[in-house]
Design a protein around this ligand. Structure first.
Ligand code: DC
Length: 233
């Protein structure tokens, strides 16, 4: 530890709807760290594939596409944007259809290899909070701090439902919970980098907890770590 010049690598993994995005962006702000939403990267790739007519079953074609794919984050007027091959895809990648498609696309080896390579590069100097499914197990197994954030499927479905309704999507609570369960299954049963808690990750069950409560807990664990190791001033 201590070789990363900008600070620690913090991994926040867990199933969809556990509150990772909110917690990651607020934790990064509190600590003055960068944030990397790796789910948004997989969504951006899935969107590109859906738009360009690439056949995800054609390994050679997919391999070529992934060799050149470029996903990055940008900040415009204080809002975070996701750029895929130069296109701003932020407003297209969070529909229920894209969620399901991303879950399938993110199971493909060429896609994962390209994204993991890019995530390691973006996080190499530390001072970064990465959220995803495999950050603590595959992308940065040597991350200095790992959290596994979960909540019951019901609670996660309810949160997702509220978000979708606020965006004007026509969905029911039952189908939203069913979609959460289906995605959990796809994400944890796949062969490559399945959703799994790293052995050295700190589990946090956010059911019934407020965001601030989760953040305070994470921040105090972070401070304790820094004080113990003296990694940062
Ligand atoms: O976190 P999210 O819901 O935006 O993620 C979208 C999909 O991408 C989800 O089905 C799992 C997948 N994903 C992944 O396989 N590995 C990651 N590190 C992040 C997301």
């Amino acid at each position: 530890m201590g070789e990363r010049k900008n600070g620690l690598v913090i991994a926040i993994d867990g199933p969809s709807g556990a509150g990772k995005s909110t917690v990651t962006s607020r934790l990064a702000k509190r600590l003055g760290y960068k944030q990397i939403d790796t789910g948004a990267m997989y969504r951006a790739v899935a969107w590109l594939i859906s738009q360009t007519g690439i056949d995800p079953g054609d390994e050679a074609q997919l391999e070529r596409f992934c060799g050149d794919v470029d996903v990055r984050f940008n900040c415009v007027n204080g809002t975070r944007r996701v750029l895929a091959n130069g296109l701003d895809v932020t407003d297209h990648i969070r529909t229920p259809e894209m969620s399901l498609m991303t879950s399938r696309i993110s199971a493909l080896r060429p896609v994962r290899e390209a994204m993991v390579r890019s995530q390691r590069f973006m996080g190499r100097n530390g001072g970064v909070v990465l959220e995803g499914r495999d950050i603590g197990t595959v992308v940065f197994p040597d991350a200095e701090l790992k959290f596994f954030l979960s909540a019951s499927a019901e609670e996660r479905g309810r949160r997702r439902f509220a978000e979708l309704i606020a965006k004007g999507e026509q969905v029911t609570l039952e189908e939203t919970i069913a979609a959460v369960v289906q995605r959990d299954h796809q994400d944890s049963q796949r062969d490559l980098a399945p959703l799994r808690q790293a052995e050295d990750a700190i589990p946090i069950d956010s059911s019934g907890m407020g965001v601030d409560e989760v953040l305070d807990m994470m921040e105090s664990i972070f401070r304790e770590k820094i004080n113990r190791t003296g990694t940062e001033e």
